[in-house]
Structure formats: structure tokens, C-alpha cells
Ligand binder design. Structure first.
Ligand SMILES: Nc1ncnc2c1ncn2[C@@H]1O[C@H](COP(=O)(O)OP(=O)(O)OP(=O)(O)O)[C@@H](O)[C@H]1O
Length: 185
């Protein structure tokens, strides 16, 4: 029987810097870690279904005079997300170490906690000031403006973390080093 997998969740709003940390962290760990990104599962949908009431519907509202994107999840979208969580559990059950790039709420976490019981799981909260995140969102050019604003006050409600990093004060590589040292990865 192989060693139980280690799983590092990076959770934070869009454009906060999760994928950049994940890629940096992969270069630092002693053992091999796969990167599993929620975005990769969204990209599995056919293009016309990527913004659709059955899957994920993106609606731009206004909040404090700024665009703020509400994402409504339909039944097919819920199924994709459940499938992702079970797929992650299946990868880990086979001994694959994982870095999971997620945008998860406390209720999503509740399902992970039950699927991953008994494994070595750590949760890292990835934070930065909203103005910094929104500047990155604008610079990227391929992100819906207002996605991070909507998630900013809501995503972390009810969540607790084993460790937190601030990408407004540290590069992705510096954040990755802090995580690698903290958990001796
Ligand atoms: N620590 C950092 N300092 C400065 N810029 C950063 C940092 N981390 C990421 N960036 C930049 O911010 C942008 C978003 O980064 P990244 O794709 O890692 O975010 P993300 O949280 O994975 O986003 P999403 O959830 O939308 O996929 C990129 O242009 C990246 O180069």
C-alpha cells in the first residue's frame, strides 16, 4: 500500500493568484504534486454551455457603483462540481499528492471534508486587497470584470484555514515557499 496522499487546497477569489502559487509550489515540493484546478473542470463543458442557466450563469450586478458578477449555478453545474470533488477524492485515494486550485465556500468544503476523511489535507487561504485583485482582473483581459468583487466578502465566510498568504505583499514564489516550509512539502 502506498503512502496516503497529501492534499493542499488553495482557496481564494478569482485573480488573487492561486494558479501562480500552485505552479510555483509544484517546483518546490520534494514529492510530485498534481495540480487540479476548478477552471479545468469548467472548461470541460461545451462552449455554448459555459454561460447557461443549466450550468453557470454569469450576471453582472452593481455593488457600491462597481460591476459585481453573480454566478448562478444550475443543476448540470452542480453535477460537474460534485463530479470534480469525487474525481479529486479518487485521485487522492490512489496516492496522488494534489494541489487543488479552488474557489470554494464552506458548504463545498463540507463535502470535501467527508470525501477526504483520513487523508492529510491542509487548507491555505489566498488573500489580497480588493483593489490589487481588481487591477489584476482588468490586466488579464480574459476575466469578467466584477467576479472577484462579488466573491470578496462572501467566499471565505464560515471557512477556516491552516495557513494564509497575502499575494498583495509577496510574489507567487514567495507565497509558495512559505507554504512549502509551513507544511514541509
Ligand atoms: N503574488 C503576485 N503578485 C503579483 N501578481 C500576481 C501574483 N500572483 C498572481 N499574479 C498575477 O495575477 C493574475 C492572476 O493570477 P492567477 O491566474 O494565479 O490567479 P487565480 O487566483 O488562479 O485566478 P483564477 O481563479 O481567475 O483562475 C496573473 O496575471 C498573475 O500574473
Amino acid at each position: 500500500m502506498s503512502k496516503p496522499a497529501r492534499i493542499v487546497f488553495l482557496n481564494g477569489v478569482g485573480s488573487v493568484g492561486k494558479s501562480s502559487i500552485a505552479r510555483a509550489l509544484q517546483t518546490l515540493t520534494a514529492e510530485t504534486f498534481l495540480l487540479v484546478a476548478m477552471d479545468s473542470f469548467l472548461e470541460m463543458l461545451p462552449l455554448p454551455m459555459q454561460d447557461h442557466p443549466d450550468t453557470f450563469l454569469y450576471e453582472t450586478l452593481e455593488e457600491d457603483g462597481h460591476p459585481s458578477v453573480e454566478i448562478r449555478t444550475g443543476p448540470v453545474g452542480e453535477r460537474v462540481m460534485r463530479g470534480m470533488r469525487h474525481a479529486i477524492a479518487a485521485l487522492a485515494a490512489q496516492g496522488n499528492n494534489l494541489i487543488v486550485d479552488e474557489v470554494m465556500t464552506a458548504s463545498d468544503w463540507a463535502e470535501y471534508a467527508s470525501l477526504l476523511r483520513g487523508l492529510d489535507v491542509v487548507r491555505v487561504g489566498v488573500f489580497a486587497p480588493l483593489d490589487v485583485i481588481e487591477a489584476r482582473e482588468r490586466e488579464r483581459g480574459d476575466r469578467l470584470i466584477g467576479t472577484s468583487r462579488r466573491q470578496f466578502d462572501r467566499l471565505h465566510r464560515g471557512m477556516s484555514y491552516d495557513f494564509e498568504v497575502d499575494t498583495g505583499r509577496a510574489t507567487a514564489m514567495e507565497c509558495a515557499r512559505l507554504i512549502q516550509r509551513r507544511f514541509a512539502l
